[in-house]
Design a protein around this ligand. Structure first.
Ligand SMILES: [Zn+2]
Length: 183
């Protein structure tokens, strides 16, 4: 696949993340259709989280200052993925991004950064699952008790992994996932 001429000129013909000129290819910065130029090493690690070598990404120390929003997005996501190393957080603190660029970066991360919702046994709950309530729960505001053994079908996940939403006694309520058991 030939590389876009504009991209080649913008990048100066080197990886926009680490500066290498080996095995260059385009990398699409989802969910937008904008591309950055990356080398073989960066490309491999961007496409496979298991192959990520934190030391390689020390290069972000330089590329974090790129004026290209698409490059900033990739830098931001990678630094977040490597946060546990310590140093990426320092770089994130120094990084300057426009609010809409941060939004773009976070849009592509939402799924990965989300903690899984787990039931009382540690089983992962998914959208649409059916669960059983394992102890009597007083439903504040609704004026009834959701009885132990009640089946809640077609649950909805929320932003909080400790809570799900479901319909009990005809009312849509929030339930704590730790008091549920997947069926
Ligand atoms: Zn590279």
């Amino acid at each position: 696949m030939s590389i876009d001429k504009v991209l080649m000129e913008r990048s100066g013909g080197v990886c926009e993340l680490c500066g290498s000129s080996e095995n260059l290819s385009e990398f699409t910065v989802a969910p937008k259709d904008e591309k950055i130029l990356v080398c073989g090493t960066c490309s491999e690690q961007l496409n496979d989280a298991d192959k990520v070598d934190p030391n390689h990404w020390r290069c972000l120390n330089d590329s974090m200052w790129s004026v290209e929003p698409a490059v900033q997005v990739v830098v931001y996501r990678m630094l977040n993925a490597l946060k546990a190393e310590g140093w990426p957080q320092d770089l994130l603190d120094q990084m300057y991004m426009e609010p809409e660029v941060i939004e773009w970066a976070q849009e592509g991360m939402a799924d990965e950064s989300r903690e899984p919702t787990k039931d009382s046994n540690g089983t992962i709950l998914e959208q649409g699952d059916s669960v059983t309530i394992i102890k009597d729960l007083e439903v504040k505001g609704a004026g009834f008790t959701a009885k132990r053994g009640t089946v809640v079908k077609n649950i909805a996940l929320t932003d909080n992994p400790e809570q799900i939403e479901g319909r009990v006694n005809g009312t849509r309520i929030v339930l704590l996932s730790k008091f549920l058991k997947k069926m």
